[in-house]
Design a protein around this ligand. Structure first.
Ligand code: SF4
Ligand code: SF4
Ligand code: SF4
Length: 281
């Protein structure tokens, strides 16, 4: 639903022109490419690189503040419920072919997304600048398969002049997209798990966000059903607020003991008519 709402500039799909109106100043919470012909808002990772790589380097208080606000409220809930590219990978994963679990060694690749965040979103746009001091949005330009799928391919198909200037970089981006699509058939959300810098940012808030999971140790029998159900391969009953949890909620409904709870934010206490403290309602 969010994917549809944030891509309602339908005219763009017939004209091949992207929307550049006032709403483009607002960022959507998930990875939704600025160059998608239907996009009404901006991608947070694209905007972050644009500000960092600007002629006069500025610390992006708006972008960092927005990401911190979303992260501290809901953590990776955005990944589980609001991001179009997460949804696309899940749909591809439904293709009925054998599925693979990632083993412990291969799973160490989950740290790659933090490296990509630091190098491609912060350092390269900041220091790899042209003659007038402008940096490149290096993650968008060299890696992002969401951008290739949502922006690059439609724009090239809809604009003849663009087709004439296709070069190595476009071929490279298509190759990355094809690899992502093939991996998504066999592995659940490979881009989210190993590559995505936006997921990396939100993940850091999982342990402290207002919306988080809690195991009731009186009810939990350590049967491990929840961990086996989790497609992100989180050891749910040992670490319910793992950085990899995308808050999809599947473990909650799978627990036979109802031992997994969503922690609700504590509301301020006020005194009632009998002078006892109660939460504000
Ligand atoms: S990890 Fe990135 S691509 Fe995956 S759902 Fe989260 S924001 Fe979207
Ligand atoms: S499924 Fe429920 S009871 Fe079993 S380990 Fe997970 S939280 Fe505990
Ligand atoms: S199944 Fe549970 S632990 Fe796994 S990603 Fe979903 S909410 Fe998180």
């Amino acid at each position: 639903m969010t994917a549809i709402i944030t891509n309602l500039h339908l005219k763009g799909f017939s004209t091949g022109k992207i929307y550049t109106g006032k709403m483009k100043k607002i960022c959507v919470p998930g990875l939704n490419c600025y160059s998608c012909p239907g996009a009404l808002g901006s991608c947070p990772i694209g905007s972050l690189q644009a500000v960092i790589g600007g002629i006069k380097y500025q610390f992006s208080f708006y972008m960092i503040g927005l990401l911190m606000l979303i992260g501290s409220l809901v953590g990776r809930f955005v990944c589980g419920w609001l991001c179009p590219f997460g949804l696309i990978q899940e749909l591809i994963h439904k293709i009925p072919l054998p599925k693979l679990k990632v083993n412990k060694t291969f799973n160490k690749l989950k740290y790659l997304k933090y490296l990509i965040l630091v190098i491609f979103v912060f350092l390269l746009p900041m220091f790899w600048v042209n003659i007038v001091g402008m940096g490149k949005p290096t993650f968008c330009e060299f890696i992002c398969p969401a951008g290739t799928l949502e922006g690059g391919i439609p724009l090239v198909l809809l604009n003849k002049p663009l087709r004439a200037v296709i070069g190595f970089l476009y071929t490279w981006k298509i190759a990355l997209l094809v690899i992502t699509v093939i991996l998504s058939i066999f592995i659940f959300r490979p881009f989210c798990r190993f590559i995505c810098p936006l997921g990396a940012i939100y993940s850091l808030f999982n342990p402290i966000s207002l919306y988080r999971l809690k195991i009731d140790s009186d009810k939990c029998t350590s049967c491990g059903i929840c961990s086996r159900k989790c497609k992100m391969q989180v050891d749910v009953y040992k670490n319910p607020n793992s950085l990899e949890c995308i808050r999809c909620g599947e473990c909650i409904s799978s627990c036979p003991q109802n031992a997994i709870e969503i922690v609700k934010p504590k509301l301020p206490l006020v005194k009632n008519s009998k002078n006892n403290l109660r939460e504000v309602k």
